[in-house]
Design a protein around this ligand. Structure first.
Ligand code: SF4
Ligand code: SF4
Length: 473
């Protein structure tokens, strides 16, 4: 430490690090945070790529098929070549459990890191603020412009900014709507004003939502609207690694001054850079876990730069657990029961989803026995039962199949062609009859087994059990 202190520069050398104008968020006005470069800023920029892919994904096609499509009218979900039907929707339950466990697990390990890096509110706000900075200038200039009267400069700058924000909001809305319908048809329908009312409502909701939430409400959403901020405290503990100010090292804080003894001071030079860069206006030095802190790490970047300038080790603000800051031993992740539980449930959910995807049957058949009447005795003495049969072809192309029945000697199907051509994803109900001799029935009610089988590939088949009823013996 003494060695480091010897290197400490004088106040005159570091005058430019002091940030005089900063605003702590009390909910009343927009925070104009300073943009800082650094490691965590780069991580945030990388996440932009992920969200750009959200915008273009519904417009990508593989073999002419939209790669992601929630086709609600046809009750199908297309996902990179796999088609999921309502019958397979149980996998969605596991997908939701997985997402919840991942969120809980990540929060237990690293706090609200999802908010700081991945949340669409944070990312879209980041884009909007970046555009704002390009048009209106530094945080100081933006604050001045906020207070300035509506002169030609303000009208021009705001006009350009709102136009670009509107464009992004529009693209966001179109992309979201495109997940639920044929994306290219949607574009055509929008241009010709022929789009379905649901498309217009979705588009307008997303347009307004994006414009207002990312453009105007910004960090207020994280503060006042997001429920995650409220529940995070029950998910983090003293071992969670979150942006933390190293109090023992930083205090007593104080500005470096020429001609005075700076040796007694802590490493924090009270420059307020950490507050100036914070998108939610939080002062991390007050306490590590604050409701407004979205754990984006930008204050870490800002403080590291200051430490570099004053020749002190980086990490006065760093991702660290409360235990670590207090000088205690940090237990390894695998010794934290809650992390293990979240991990176990996540792995179980992944396995269930993988199993589900791997075992989606290409054919699905349902057979319903008609109750009224349960059976009919024909003039030749044979017994007839009626059924409604529904077969779903989950393959992307039409399929020729035959349907057979077993269980009663000599039973034959009436009312169904020998070869059925099933169109992809179409279910057509058939009313069929089965006739058999009463003498061939072992009891008044015997099980029968319907089997549907592809003509060109017998491994594609499906069986369904029903019953065949006759008069009491
Ligand atoms: S913690 Fe770092 S960035 Fe914040 S005031 Fe102190 S020295 Fe400046
Ligand atoms: S205090 Fe630091 S980590 Fe928290 S939101 Fe502000 S800049 Fe991000």
């Amino acid at each position: 430490m003494a060695e480091q202190d010897k290197k400490t520069k004088s106040a005159g050398d570091i005058g430019d690090i002091y940030e005089e104008v900063h605003v702590v968020n009390v909910g009343g006005e927009t925070i104009h945070a300073k943009r800082v470069s650094g490691r965590f800023r780069r991580y945030k920029d990388l996440v932009w790529v992920f969200w750009f892919s959200y915008l273009i994904l519904p417009f990508l096609r593989i073999g002419g098929e939209q790669v992601v499509l929630f086709d609600i009218p046809a009750r199908q979900f297309h996902f990179f070549g796999a088609t999921i039907y309502p019958q397979d929707i149980w996998m969605l339950t596991f997908a939701l459990i997985l997402l919840a466990m991942m969120l809980f697990g990540i929060t237990a390990i690293a706090g609200r890191i999802f908010c700081g890096f991945f949340c669409f509110q944070t990312v879209w706000t980041d884009w909007f603020v970046w555009i704002e900075e390009k048009i209106e200038g530094s945080p100081l200039q933006r604050r001045k412009l906020d207070k300035a009267p509506w002169n030609s400069e303000k009208i021009t700058k705001r006009g350009i900014k709102y136009a670009i924000w509107s464009l992004i909001s529009l693209v966001t809305g179109i992309s979201f709507a495109a997940y639920f319908m044929d994306s290219y048809e949607l574009l055509e329908d929008l241009v010709t004003f022929d789009a379905h009312i649901a498309a217009w409502v979705t588009l307008l909701s997303f347009f307004l939502g994006t414009f207002i939430l990312a453009g105007f409400m910004r960090e207020q959403v994280c503060f006042w609207l997001c429920p995650y901020a409220r529940i995070q405290s029950v998910m983090v503990d003293r071992d969670s690694i979150i942006p933390s100010y190293d109090i023992p090292r930083g205090e007593p804080r104080g500005r470096l001054k020429k001609g005075v003894d700076n040796e007694q001071k802590g490493d924090c030079v009270d420059c307020n850079q950490c507050v100036a860069v914070c998108p939610t206006g939080v002062d991390i030095r007050q306490s590590a876990l604050q409701e407004g802190c979205i754990m984006c790490g930008l204050c870490v970047d800002a403080c590291d730069k200051v430490m570099e300038k004053i020749d002190k080790p980086k990490g006065l603000i760093r991702y660290a657990s409360d235990n670590e800051i207090q000088g205690q031993v940090q237990p390894p992740l695998m010794r934290r029961p809650r992390v293990l539980i979240y991990l176990a449930i996540s792995l179980a959910s992944i396995l269930a989803i993988v199993f589900g995807l791997a075992s989606i049957p290409p054919l699905e058949m349902h057979v319903v026995h008609e109750r009224q009447p349960l059976y009919v005795k024909m003039s030749d003495g044979s017994i007839q039962n009626s059924y409604t049969i529904k077969i779903l072809n989950k393959l992307p192309e039409p399929l020729d199949v035959k349907v057979t029945v077993n269980g009663v000697e000599g039973a034959n199907i009436i009312g169904l062609p020998d070869i059925l051509t099933l169109q992809s994803a179409k279910v057509i109900p058939y009313t069929i009859r089965i006739r058999a001799k009463q003498d061939d029935m072992a009891a008044e009610r015997v099980p029968v087994y319907f089997k549907v089988e592809a003509l060109n590939d017998p491994t594609i088949n499906e069986e369904h059990e029903s019953f065949f009823a006759g008069p009491a013996r």
